[in-house]
Design a protein around this ligand. Structure first.
Ligand SMILES: [Zn+2]
Length: 671
């Protein structure tokens, strides 16, 4: 790389050595401040870059300037977060441009870590939502520094709540490991998805050599053998507690296995949570977890130790701040300075998410050896193609399909907008089947942590779903009524109207763009209502439409049979099929609600009319599940004729274009 780019590069206001590039993929960005298309492209590329960085992928960009003078170069480069060739090295800029055949700007050339050409015309490619997935993970590159395991390695395989020991031979590679896994859990290879080995999110990447992945997995289990003190509830005190609850009561239940947590009072400015070990013991650290029933957790904290409840208190690790847990992942904070003798351990939250709440325990030295690396294997949660009621046989020959298509097209032109909109959403649901999109979704899900928090008393697929929907609501997706002001950052914004989508917004299926005005600075901010689920994996915000769209995709990518439910009185949610109970189950991601189908009618007082389920291979009227009195619904259902037998259980196969049948039955006969 040095031979190609020279010894030093610019970064921010300073210079760095070229070998300090991350060692993943390097993009050469040929651009100039005087070029209008470049000025349009740079902020877009910057978004991609920030997104890739947030995914911890190893990616660097080096700006190769065609600016006319040093000042305009400096001005343009100050808008970029990445590296640049020094402007003074004009011959090299020329040389690179010739070497890679750059004809016009902006241009993007991708190189691998050793400077070999990957793609000489990658401007479109880097804008693809799947692009980050094609890049190596930073954590995989870092694992190259770890010692590779010598000889066979004990592995712990987790599948649907059961654990299996595997003796794995690193040199035999992934293929052999997959066969071993298959022999134990009997999930066909094409359905098998592997997670774990220290990867916090996403599937295992089998292009990483197995010995290196195992080394990373062993490293991730460092300190896992430390013993939990399991401090009882009555040995816990705190600076304050919500509602003044006493230890053991609702907001003062901070044990790791609690269904809730300890919660400080809102006005408590210096909260602390104290655990009494009963006698002086060898304290190696603490383990912290989030509140489970509501999304609240501590993001930074310190630890203090003492022999006596009255102090003096000694800051652990010289008062260092530890990173807190996330919603789904507890954190093991182990003292770098080694274990210390103490009887009382205090956790001092420094910052928190939503509210100062935690579950905690003390880690003691002299425990068991570290646990073996863990792999979580997911297969399909639901086998086959589970339909609701008995469905009429639908012939699927080509001529029929053509007729249906023609019928559909004729009908469509005169349909109410609502139905036209539903045809679009059907396309969205069928889009969930794209493997690339599912991989993108899986890359966001902390499968191993969710798996570890599953309640074993319930069937695995439902218990996992509960953790999934809570993670989605509390950690992944956010609700937006009106967007934060992009000019001054204020949240005091109000939707004032609509705007035409730009071509880029249209590309991500935003048919509507809301415009919000800021009451602080008067500036306006656009809020495109994206319907493209890949885009939603990036924006991670919206209202129920965006939530249900993205969540249904996440369910599908994990192997649930899932459908997207449209309630015509303006709400959207998800249903998944439960193999253990042999029925479809209601899931509302906005509410983190599972199997509560009457919440709309009884809880919200909705007057439901139609609730239509869209799956990858069928469309079905599911209204009956969401009401206690279907008869009462009938007079409100005016969109189609409710002939005996057809309204009770209409299900329509969607073999290609057979959805014409569905549309036709809904609209009913022409007037
Ligand atoms: Zn503003």
């Amino acid at each position: 790389m040095e031979a190609l780019l020279g010894k030093t590069l610019l970064h921010g206001k300073g210079e760095v050595a070229t070998p300090s590039l991350q060692g993943g993929v390097v993009a050469l960005y040929f651009s100039a401040g005087w070029c209008p298309p470049c000025k349009g492209f740079t902020p877009q590329f910057r978004k991609v870059y920030d997104h890739v960085k947030s995914k911890n992928r190893a990616f660097d960009v080096v700006f190769v300037s065609s600016d006319r003078d040093e000042n305009s170069f400096r001005e343009y480069f100050s808008t970029m977060p990445w590296h640049a060739l020094p402007f003074s090295d004009r011959p090299r800029q020329q040389q690179l441009s010739t070497m890679f055949g750059v004809r016009g700007i902006p241009a993007v050339v991708l190189l691998d870590a050793s400077g070999r050409l990957l793609d000489s015309n990658a401007r479109g490619k880097v804008m693809d939502p799947g692009f980050p997935l094609s890049l190596p993970r930073c954590i995989d590159l870092a694992a190259a520094e770890l010692p590779e395991p010598q000889g066979s390695v004990q592995l712990l395989l987790r599948h649907q709540g059961a654990e299996y020991d595997i003796e794995c031979e690193p040199s035999e590679g992934w293929e052999m490991l997959r066969m071993q896994i298959y022999s134990m859990i009997d999930v066909p290879s094409e359905q098998l998805k592997l997670f774990g080995l220290g990867l916090p999110k996403g599937q295992l990447d089998e292009s990483v050599p197995l010995p290196r992945a195992l080394a990373r997995g062993i490293e991730a289990q460092k300190h896992s053998g430390l013993q939990l003190a399991k401090v009882p509830l009555d040995a816990r005190r705190a600076s304050s507690s919500w509602n003044d609850d006493k230890p053991g009561e609702r907001h003062h239940t901070g044990t790791l296995d609690s269904a809730s947590a300890w919660c400080a009072k809102k006005e408590d400015c210096n909260p602390w949570y104290q655990l009494d070990l009963g006698e002086v013991q060898n304290v190696a650290g603490v383990m912290l977890a989030a509140r489970l029933d509501v999304g609240q957790w501590v993001t930074r904290f310190r630890v203090e130790l003492s022999d006596s409840e009255d102090g003096p208190w000694t800051p652990a690790d010289d008062g260092r701040e530890f990173a807190g847990p996330s919603y789904a992942s507890p954190v093991r904070a182990v003292f770098e300075n080694g274990s210390q003798l103490a009887r009382f351990v205090r956790v001092l939250p420094v910052s928190h998410q939503n509210h100062c709440s935690l579950r905690a325990d003390v880690l003691l030295a002299a425990g068991d050896p570290d646990k073996p690396p863990v792999i979580v294997a997911l297969g399909n949660f639901s086998a086959g193609d589970p339909f609701e009621p008995a469905t009429p046989e639908v012939a699927t020959d080509a001529m029929m399909e053509e007729q249906h298509l023609a019928m559909l097209q004729a009908k469509l032109s005169s349909l109410p907008p609502k139905l036209q909109h539903q045809v679009a959403s059907l396309g969205t649901v069928q889009g969930y089947e794209k493997k690339q999109l599912q991989r993108q979704a899986l890359d966001e899900v902390p499968v191993v942590d969710l798996d570890a928090s599953v309640d074993p008393r319930e069937s695995y697929e439902i218990a996992f779903l509960r953790m999934l929907v809570r993670w989605f609501k509390h950690e992944f997706f956010s609700w937006t009524n009106a967007p934060r002001c992009e000019h001054c950052g204020s949240t005091e914004t109000k939707t004032v109207g609509r705007a035409e989508p730009t071509p880029e917004e249209q590309h991500f299926k935003a048919n509507t763009v809301e415009v919000a005005a800021c009451s602080k600075c008067g500036g306006q901010t656009r809020f495109p209502r994206y319907n493209d689920p890949a885009k939603l994996l990036q924006t991670r915000t919206g209202r129920c439409g965006e939530w249900a769209n993205c969540f249904t995709l996440v369910c599908r990518s994990l192997g649930y049979e899932a459908r997207h439910i449209h309630d015509w009185t303006d709400h959207v949610w998800t249903e998944i099929f439960s193999d253990s109970s042999k029925r479809w189950i209601h899931v509302d991601s906005c509410e983190a609600a599972v199997d509560a189908p009457l919440m709309y009618e009884k809880g919200w007082g909705k007057k439901l009319t139609y609730c239509i389920g869209f799956a990858r291979d069928h469309v079905v009227d599911v209204s009956k599940r969401y009401t206690q009195n279907f008869e009462e619904l009938l007079p409100r259902r005016t969109q189609c004729s409710e002939e005996a037998g057809t309204c009770m259980a209409p299900a329509w196969h969607l073999h290609g274009t057979c959805m014409g049948i569905y549309m036709a039955s809904l609209v009913g006969p022409e007037p």
